[in-house]
Design a protein around this ligand. Structure first.
Ligand SMILES: NC(=O)c1ccc[n+]([C@@H]2O[C@H](COP(=O)([O-])OP(=O)(O)OC[C@H]3O[C@@H](n4cnc5c(N)ncnc54)[C@H](OP(=O)(O)O)[C@@H]3O)[C@@H](O)[C@H]2O)c1
Length: 265
């Protein structure tokens, strides 16, 4: 991964969903750039694998903290935030953890499942931003990135993924509104659309019963994997990290758009 060494030296980064996929690769890139890391997810074994990958990569010499928590649970989230902030200020927040569930016909989705999706995909990133922002503002520097999805630009392309489309659209609206509020503080908030990435999330969708999630949705994901259209998590993470040190605020970053115009602060 090609990230400027030490650009984040002395900064602490909290990466949610850091146990695998895009989050793990973002954590590796941040460590390479000198950041101290706080890795958060539910699966302790996967977080430990990321910690081991960080050690093996020899990336940076920063400290690594692991927090096992379900961000969809308000109590666990509050405890996780307290543990993270007890260690000191968090200046980089990558809200990457999310769920694609519930999938299926909208009329058949229980409201309780919808609530869980909004809690994890929308409320948790806002709550983490709210908790870490005072420290960032005090420092006069901070970076918040909310990992969204291309579905926001084309909600119709993922029929029967209504909760996912709605939560990611809400996350983007929150991010751009927050960015306007942060103007002039040295703290930025941006959206990242990571592309179609070969991760457990994609594998999970392909493994679902087409009758439950809808044949068209199932076929769309199966076809793009078979056609070799998925990019690696490392590729996607590198694109996010290429923008993170800059001063852009309130921008929707797309994985493939690394043109000079899109990178301009
Ligand atoms: N892969 C794609 O093609 C794609 C496309 C567009 C957008 N995205 C977005 O990219 C981000 C990362 O996705 P990915 O593909 O890397 O998925 P992934 O491989 O499934 O990783 C998701 C991570 O989030 C964690 N997570 C899930 N639920 C959690 C919870 N309740 N509390 C805390 N952590 C939780 C997972 O760990 P545990 O399960 O152990 O908690 C895991 O570490 C997501 O925001 C996703 O919506 C992905």
């Amino acid at each position: 991964m090609n990230v400027t060494v030490d650009v984040f030296a002395g900064r602490t980064a909290l990466v949610t969903g850091a146990g695998r996929g895009i989050g793990r690769q973002v954590a590796l890139g941040l460590a390479q750039a000198g950041a101290d890391l706080i890795l958060l997810a539910r699966s302790a074994d996967q977080l430990e694998d990321t910690r081991a990958a960080l050690a093996e990569s020899g990336a940076g010499c920063g400290r690594v903290m692991v927090i096992k928590a379900d961000l969809g649970d308000e109590g666990q989230r509050a405890q996780a935030v307290a543990a993270a902030l007890a260690r000191g200020r968090v200046e980089i927040l990558v809200n990457n953890a999310a769920t694609v569930e519930p999938l299926g016909a909208t009329a058949e989705i229980p409201v309780s499942d919808l609530r869980r999706a909004f809690e994890l995909n929308v409320i948790a990133p806002i709550a983490l931003a709210a908790a870490t922002l005072p420290g960032m503002i005090e420092a006069g520097w901070g970076r918040i990135v909310n990992v969204s999805s291309g579905i926001v630009a084309h909600p119709e392309a993922m029929t029967r993924g209504n909760a996912y489309a709605a939560t990611k659209a809400a996350l983007e609206a929150h991010t751009l509104n927050l960015a306007a509020e942060l103007h002039g503080t040295g703290v930025t908030a941006n959206v990242y659309r990571p592309g179609r990435v070969d991760t457990a999330m994609q594998t999970w969708i392909r493994g679902q019963d087409p009758e439950r999630i809808g044949a068209a949705l199932h076929e769309r994901f199966t076809r793009s994997a078979a056609a070799g259209e998925l990019i690696t998590a490392e590729h996607s993470a590198a694109s996010l990290l290429a923008r993170l040190g800059g001063a852009q605020n309130g921008v929707v970053w797309d994985v493939d758009d690394l043109s000079p115009d899109s990178m301009a602060g």
